[in-house]
Design a protein around this ligand. Structure first.
Ligand code: FES
Ligand SMILES: [Fe+2]
Length: 461
């Protein structure tokens, strides 16, 4: 599936002033990366992962209508406490189960009372004769569901390929608390996933009026290096800024294909700081091809997850400025945030053929290329392994995001100083990647912290 291109003649015509007439055309999106409905390549890739569906708080005595990857679903927690996620329309004659009755075991359709267990077993068909075999002849379409730290997750893929449930190193951090949130976006999932590898938007969008970052140095042009990590399904960027003549700030964001991104803190960190972990663990999940939900956990409670006001997180609510719709159109125009900037990209879906990308877009280009290669089968390790079925907790996946603030004196020659920032950034990235490959848990963090201290000592000047 090739990405649509403008024809060369059209590009030539745009090299004149007042060429609006020649640039009226709005090209198609990159369907391979943006479309996630059933049987699309990206949709089938997403369906190989466990996906957040809604918040646990959404499951009350009433069912919750949700839409994920273009499929209309209903989520509920039955009265015996089990989460259910199934196709929304009753398999009898199609009434929406959002009007169903949450039962001791499963959910009952409001129309003729059919009762469905969480796995789709049809337990009762009340109007049918007692000897009817109808209910035993098929299952209602259901997906395995589970609740993880206040979020309902489901696996929507082929049953024989179900992978282990998500398990992050954060789940094992001593003292950690994870508050779930879910932010509805009126734009394609790719817009917000790409944003996680676009560090230059922070310089302008968040750097102009102190938006969501306390430290005004976010507005400085950073020294950036991107890198593909792991088996080809991870990606990091390291952005290094000089805070003053003595201190530099090395900030590392991480994403994991296809839909996770991990963001370090937004508050001003103490000098020195060695490895402050991510505070924002996010999953960018398609509702359909025009809408998405930015799910996530706000991590706090350890001395490595220092951030702003963690209590302000939930449905359409989070403590990082600019992630949700402003209270009015005028407020949005006066102070656009990520919500407006990402959400307004070409009516919600990127159009590669009419973008004009520069060096600052390297991360976006790398991410798109990586996703494309994964879908084309060139990165087999980026496809989840089916679970082994032993019921053991899988090994925790490590999150590579961090902030460090270290004492490295400014060099007199600006070029030398800039090259020094590059070197320090690369060395800290190496330390985080190597430490994550070699060690687990607190041993891993301790090892990385020691390496960052060594880097500081080596380059202090
Ligand atoms: S439509 Fe659901 S039981 Fe008839
Ligand atoms: Fe942002």
């Amino acid at each position: 599936m090739a990405v649509q291109e403008l024809d060369p003649g059209q590009r030539e015509l745009r090299k004149e002033p007042f060429s609006g007439y020649h640039s009226r055309e709005i090209t198609e999106s990159d369907a391979l990366l943006t479309e996630t409905g059933p049987r699309t390549p990206m949709g089938e890739y997403f369906r190989r992962f466990w996906l957040p569906i809604c918040l646990s708080d959404h499951l009350t005595d009433l069912p919750k209508a949700v839409k994920t990857l273009g499929e209309d679903l209903v989520a509920f927690r039955d009265k015996s406490g089990r989460a259910g996620v199934m196709h929304r329309h009753c398999s009898h004659r199609g009434t929406s189960l959002e009007y169903g009755i949450v039962s001791e075991r499963g959910i009952r359709c409001c129309y003729h009372g059919w009762l469905f267990d969480v796995d789709g077993t049809i337990l009762e068909t009340p109007g049918e004769p007692p000897d009817s075999r109808l209910k035993d002849s098929f299952f209602h379409g259901a997906y395995p569901a589970t609740e993880i730290h206040g979020m309902v997750w489901a696996y929507m893929g082929p049953p024989d390929l179900i992978p282990d449930k998500p398990h992050l190193d954060f789940f094992e951090m001593p003292g950690i608390r994870l508050i779930p949130f879910a932010l509805p976006y009126e734009s394609n999932w790719l817009n917000s996933q790409e944003n996680s590898m676009d560090p230059f938007h922070a310089v302008f969008l968040h750097g102009t009026d102190g938006q969501h970052f306390q430290n005004p140095s976010i507005g400085l042009h950073p020294n950036i290096k991107w890198r593909i990590t792991g088996a080809g399904n991870g990606m990091v960027y390291m952005s290094v800024r000089r805070l003053d003549d003595d201190w530099i700030w090395a900030r590392m964001n991480y994403c994991y294909m296809p839909f996770e991104s991990y963001v370090p803190t937004t508050i001003e960190l103490p000098k020195p700081t060695y490895y402050n972990a991510a505070i924002y663990l996010r999953q960018h999940i398609p509702v359909d091809d025009r809408r998405s939900i930015l799910f996530g956990w706000r991590a706090y409670g350890t001395d490595r997850t220092i951030g702003p006001d963690h209590t302000r997180n939930g449905w359409n609510l989070t403590d990082v400025d600019g992630q949700t719709r402003r209270p009015s159109y005028e407020a949005a125009q006066r102070k656009a945030g990520d919500f407006e900037a990402q959400g307004s990209i070409w009516y919600g879906v990127p159009r590669p053929a009419i973008e004009h990308k520069g060096t600052t877009d390297t991360g976006v280009v790398m991410m798109r290329r990586q996703l494309r290669e994964i879908l084309e089968g060139d990165v087999p390790a980026a496809w989840p392994e089916p679970a082994k079925g032993h019921g053991e907790t899988p090994k925790a996946r490590k999150i590579l995001a961090q902030d460090s603030v270290i004492n490295v004196r400014r060099r007199a020659d600006p070029d030398e100083d800039w090259n020094l920032l590059t070197r320090v950034g690369e060395e800290i990235t190496d330390a985080v990647v190597e430490g994550s490959d070699r060690y687990d848990g607190e041993q891993r963090v301790g090892w990385i912290v020691e390496r960052v201290k060594e880097i500081e000592a080596r380059h202090r000047g």
